[in-house]
Design a protein around this ligand. Structure first.
Ligand SMILES: NC(=O)C1=CN([C@@H]2O[C@H](COP(=O)(O)OP(=O)(O)OC[C@H]3O[C@@H](n4cnc5c(N)ncnc54)[C@H](O)[C@@H]3O)[C@@H](O)[C@H]2O)C=CC1
Length: 423
């Protein structure tokens, strides 16, 4: 029976993918709201020109931002038309809205880099299987987006801009459908038993978990975790280490407020508990070409990503290559993984670690200012992880000194205009 449903889902996915990729595709008639001009959306035929769409969307960004409002309209439209979908989402939509906002920024920023968009979206589609998302939901989403664009702009957004948005979303959903389809043989999520739980600070815990089966990932990637205390709610955390022989994963979790997943993981989780683990995502990985020196800039629990990248680098570094790590923390007491850092430093003579403390001696310098003052990193490949504003400021600085944007790697950031939008 399960095979039958898998087959049906696969057929539906293929049908939808063909429809989405067809240059003359139309939105599902039942779901498509009327457009300002009264016509339904019809992306222009011909090869997809992501760079042109990127430019058009950016030129009209002020009409559709802040995204929080656009996205609020989008979910309103979706739940008004399809109330049953509400139960797929947690009670609070706050995180969901921020997550979608991040995805919008990422797509717009990278629209002229189809490979980047495709790999982001296929991973996202693979990840969304754990939420019970079906191909038909993407059509519903597209219709809701069109309606939101119309509601939010009072129908004043030009058809050319709306079409550019539509093409962008179709490109993304085609990638997501493809990702879900390619992952049909793997679990939608893994059970993961907690094998270690240590509070390193009142608000921070280091956890180790053992997934129920082989869990494929690359150093620098992140995954979503769900605790049985908060069903339907998933949060992202980086695997704080390269894949190891015991198959265990380490996560660094800081509680940012009451009643959330991080709070439950820090305060109400212990050895023997079982979590759910979504598939690995993210493109902040070293890649195969290690032909340049590496700069890693991390802040707070962004250290988790840096730790994984450094372990990977230690295993694969070509002779002669060096790495710099700038690690920002508010106080020396906030350096919660100092022993692991010291071990790495001892083991890796090619690694230079520069801690940057907010309360350090002398005039206060931010991590970004410390990087800027240290030396010339324009020939490096850079990896940045930490608070969104820190990531954006660092990426701005690095592209400003001439590091090409495709050599500045970081996960999508929320709440700030991505630096590359100003390219
Ligand atoms: N837990 C995980 O696996 C991962 C977490 N992250 C993200 O890393 C961040 C870590 O947050 P916390 O540990 O609370 O860090 P934090 O707030 O303690 O700050 C750490 C460092 O970042 C700097 N910083 C903070 N805000 C800044 C700003 N607006 N501009 C410039 N620099 C700033 C601080 O000066 C400090 O040096 C979170 O946003 C989290 O989502 C990123 C990757 C992995």
């Amino acid at each position: 029976m399960n095979d039958y449903h898998a087959l049906l889902a696969r057929r539906e996915a293929m049908r939808l993918r063909d429809q989405l990729l067809s240059p003359t595709a139309r939105p599902a008639p039942a779901a498509a709201p009327p457009r300002a001009s009264g016509r339904t959306a019809a992306p222009a035929p011909g090869a997809y020109d992501g760079a042109a769409d990127r430019e058009l969307i950016i030129r009209h960004l002020t009409e559709v931002t802040p995204f929080e409002q656009l996205i609020a309209h989008l979910y309103d439209a979706m739940f008004e038309r399809h109330p049953y979908l509400r139960k797929l989402f947690p009670e609070s939509m706050e995180f969901q809205r921020a997550h979608l906002g991040r995805a919008f920024w990422f797509l717009i920023e990278n629209l002229d880099r189809p490979d980047e968009v495709d790999s982001f979206c296929t991973r996202l589609g693979r990840d969304h299987r754990k939420l019970g998302v079906l191909p038909v939901h993407y059509q519903v989403f597209e219709a809701a987006l069109l309606e939101a664009l119309q509601r939010f702009t009072g129908g004043r957004l030009g058809d050319d801009v709306t079409d550019a948005w539509l093409r962008m979303i179709r490109r993304a959903t085609a990638g997501m459908v493809r990702g879900a389809e390619e992952a049909i043989a793997e679990p939608a999520y893994w059970s993961a038993a907690v094998t270690h739980h240590q509070r390193r600070r009142p608000d921070l815990a280091v956890l180790r978990v053992r997934p129920s089966g082989t869990y494929p990932y690359r150093a620098g990637q992140y995954a979503t975790l769900q605790t049985p205390l908060l069903p339907l709610t998933w949060r992202h955390y980086s695997m704080a280490g390269a894949p190891g022989p015991d198959g265990e994963l380490e996560f660094h979790v800081r509680r940012t407020g009451p009643d959330g997943v991080s709070d439950a993981l820090v305060n109400d989780t212990g050895v023997g508990d079982t979590l759910r683990l979504g598939p690995a995502q993210g493109t902040t990985v070293l890649g195969d070409d290690l032909g340049r020196d590496v700069l890693i800039v991390a802040g707070g629990t962004g250290w988790a990503t840096a730790k994984a990248l450094l372990e990977d680098l230690a295993a694969r570094r070509p002779p002669g290559r060096s790495a710099h790590l700038f690690l920002g923390a508010r106080t020396s007491g906030d350096l919660y993984d100092a022993q692991a850092l010291a071990r790495l430093e001892n083991r890796c003579p090619w690694l230079r670690v520069v801690p940057v403390l907010d309360d350090g001696p002398g005039e206060h310098r931010s991590v970004v200012e410390a990087v800027a003052a240290y030396g010339d990193f324009s020939g490096h490949t850079a990896f940045v992880s930490g608070p969104p504003a820190m990531v954006t400021a660092t990426a701005w600085h690095l592209t400003g000194i001439g590091v090409p944007a495709d050599r500045v790697h970081h996960d999508p950031v929320a709440d700030t205009t991505p630096h590359a939008l100003m390219r």
